[in-house]
Each structure stands twice: as structure tokens, then as C-alpha cells.
Design a protein around this ligand. Structure first.
Ligand code: AMP
Length: 191
């Protein structure tokens, strides 16, 4: 089973590339943000709890996310592979993912680390707000907070995987298809 994580700041293009990767490699795409938005729209207990954090651009507590993620992995344990998008977002989540893989006899095959400069991220998110209907994309203050939270709490996750030799740096600025080709060569190498 192939396990790939796609990582980077909000607006870096994780969702766009995930859709292409998922199709080409027949992977199950687990986006923690998408799951949380679904839970919120269904009005579940988890969704209602998560909404308060999401509206402010803050991270949902690790325990809630880790349990939710493991449940999704268990549901898809017979898949050809899983693409993790938006997870892990803290070092604690990365450690929990490693633990979970160990328990299930799995491993992370590659950690795709996309990057783009601050102004590009803000411009892309504001542009995405026109179609996404996401209130956290439409408010510059929330966007700035999401980027701040990313720099402070999420970026250390990249170092965690660099130390394991699993991180591959990818420039998130450029033509979607050029970036995708680069990603495919990384995945083909990791398989
Ligand atoms: P995203 O769709 O990945 O941009 O995530 C939207 C929001 O969902 C984030 O701003 C967080 O509030 C929450 N979220 C998504 N994934 C995680 C995660 N792995 N850990 C904590 N919060 C998360």
C-alpha cells in the first residue's frame, strides 16, 4: 500500500495536485479539511467543535484530528494507497501517524513538500474564495492567521520528515502540469 503525504501552506496547491495524483495513482484522497467541512455541514458533534477553530484559522486539537484520521485509514485499509492532504499539521500528528503506521505494518513512502511565497498564497486564497464558498478563504485576517499558524506550528513537520530522509521539496509556483510531472517522478521513484 502506497502512502503519500502532500504538505505545504494554505493556497500552495495541495488540493489541485491531490486531484491529479489521486486519479493517476488510484489513491484514496484523505483531506482532513474536507472531512471537517463535511462534518460541519452535517452538524455533527465533531463538526460543531471544529467550526469554531476553522472560522478563526486555528488548528483543531490533535486528539480530535488523530482519531478522525485513523478511522478514515481503517475504512480504506484495502486501498491501493492513500494520499494524506492537510495531515500531519503538527509534529504531534506526525508522531501519531508514524505510530499508527508501525501498528498496521505500513510506512510513509514520500512526503511532498510544496512551497510558495506569502503574497502568492494570499492572492490564490482570495481568488479561490470566489468559487470555494469557504469563509476562511474570503477574510484576509483569517488567511493571515492561517499562514502564521502554518509557519509556527506546521512548518516543523517538514523538518521532522527531512530528518527521516522522506521530504522532497517542490516549488509550488509554476504551471499546474509542470508541477504535476515533477510530483509524478518523485512518486514513481518512491514506489
Ligand atoms: P484545509 O482545508 O486543509 O485548509 O483546512 C481547513 C481548516 O481545517 C484548517 O484551517 C484547520 O482549522 C482545520 N484542519 C484541517 N486539517 C487539520 C489538521 N491536520 N490539524 C488541525 N486542524 C486541521
Amino acid at each position: 500500500m502506497l502512502n503519500i503525504a502532500i504538505f505545504g501552506a494554505p493556497g500552495v496547491g495541495k488540493g489541485t495536485q491531490s486531484a491529479l495524483i489521486e486519479k493517476k495513482y488510484n489513491l484514496v484522497h484523505i483531506s482532513t479539511g474536507d472531512i471537517l467541512r463535511e462534518e460541519t455541514s452535517k452538524g455533527t458533534e465533531l463538526g460543531l467543535k471544529a467550526k469554531a477553530y476553522m472560522d478563526k484559522g486555528q488548528l483543531i486539537p490533535d486528539e480530535l484530528i488523530i482519531n478522525m484520521l485513523e478511522k478514515k485509514v481503517d475504512e480504506n485499509i484495502n486501498a491501493e494507497g492513500i494520499l494524506y492532504d492537510g495531515f500531519p499539521r503538527t509534529v504531534k500528528q506526525a508522531e501519531a501517524l508514524d505510530e499508527m503506521f508501525k501498528k498496521k505494518g505500513l510506512k510513509l513512502d514520500t512526503f511532498l513538500c510544496l512551497s510558495a511565497d506569502h503574497d502568492t498564497l494570499v492572492a490564490r486564497l482570495l481568488n479561490r474564495a470566489k468559487d470555494s464558498g469557504r469563509s476562511d478563504d474570503a477574510d484576509v485576517n483569517v488567511i493571515e492567521n492561517r499562514i502564521k499558524v502554518y509557519n509556527e506550528q506546521t512548518l516543523p513537520v517538514a523538518d521532522y520528515y527531512r530528518a527521516q530522509g522522506k521530504a522532497v521539496e517542490i516549488n509550488g509556483i509554476g504551471e499546474i502540469n509542470d508541477i504535476f510531472k515533477l510530483i509524478c517522478s518523485v512518486i514513481d521513484n518512491a514506489k
